[in-house]
Design a protein around this ligand. Structure first.
Ligand code: SF4
Length: 240
């Protein structure tokens, strides 16, 4: 069963690379603390708005420790464009405060010595940091072979039949069990692109999907009026 799942992931990854190419990556990995803040900002909004909010924060704070003495309301104002300002500003302030109290500095370097599942456990112990945020930090800032599961990855891997799970966090743990080596970044990034452009929530455009022949979804849609749309800006590969 594990072998079958791995083979399917490898096949899907290959077909997606044939269609979309190998997703580009920054040569230099971003700082994990910055990645964690950027990922909090990215929740429930589009990449452009969360990137704008991230840039506003970078301009406002030359050093993230300044957040320690900044009222939540000030942070909220800076990140308004990304929506859920109250919730996100609290999560950011709380993370910075807790990390500083724990380490005496704003660094997640100690995670280098942790196995990935230990690192997920550690990061999710910060209030306001969920499994998706933790796994984005591991993939994008620490180059771990971990595939984060957002709404697009959850929907597509379940439709394809790689896992069978009702909630994103359950999908995450099933999907990442023995994930094929060195495939997580391209698989994750290209699946999000597939989910945004083709395998959309309401009407997937199965007629143009590169996975059409291997996908196990029972309600495929071949309506000729449905169309796909190209969206290429990806936030977490643009954090530096
Ligand atoms: S064939 Fe259809 S349902 Fe399956 S992954 Fe492609 S777009 Fe989604």
């Amino acid at each position: 069963m594990i072998k079958e799942k791995q083979d399917l992931i490898i096949k899907v990854n290959e077909l997606l690379i044939n269609r979309f190419g190998i997703p580009p990556r920054n040569k230099k990995l971003p700082d994990p603390v910055e990645m964690l803040i950027a990922t909090i900002l990215s929740q429930n909004t589009n990449d452009r708005n969360s990137y704008q909010a991230y840039q506003n924060l970078k301009k406002k704070f030359s050093d993230w420790t300044e957040i320690l003495k900044t009222p939540v309301g000030v942070i909220e104002k800076e990140i308004k464009v990304a929506g859920l300002g109250k919730q996100k500003s609290k999560a950011i302030k709380n993370f910075v405060k807790q990390l500083y109290e724990k380490e005496g500095k704003l660094s997640l370097k100690y995670l280098d010595n942790f196995l990935s599942d230990e690192a997920i456990k550690d990061l999710t112990s910060f209030k306001g940091v969920g499994v998706k945020t933790a796994s984005c930090v591991l993939l994008f800032a620490m180059d771990r072979n971990i595939c984060p599961v957002d709404t697009h990855v959850h929907r597509t891997v379940n439709r394809i039949g790689i896992v069978n799970a009702g909630a994103p966090d359950k999908t995450f743990f099933l999907l990442n069990e023995n994930f094929p080596e060195k495939k997580a970044h391209s698989f994750h990034t290209n699946l999000i692109r597939l989910g945004r452009e083709i395998c959309k929530p309401q009407k997937p455009v199965c007629a143009v999907c590169p996975l059409e022949k291997i996908c196990g979804f029972e309600d495929k849609n071949y309506d000729s009026k449905s169309s796909s749309k190209e969206i290429s800006f990806m936030l977490l590969d643009n954090i530096q």
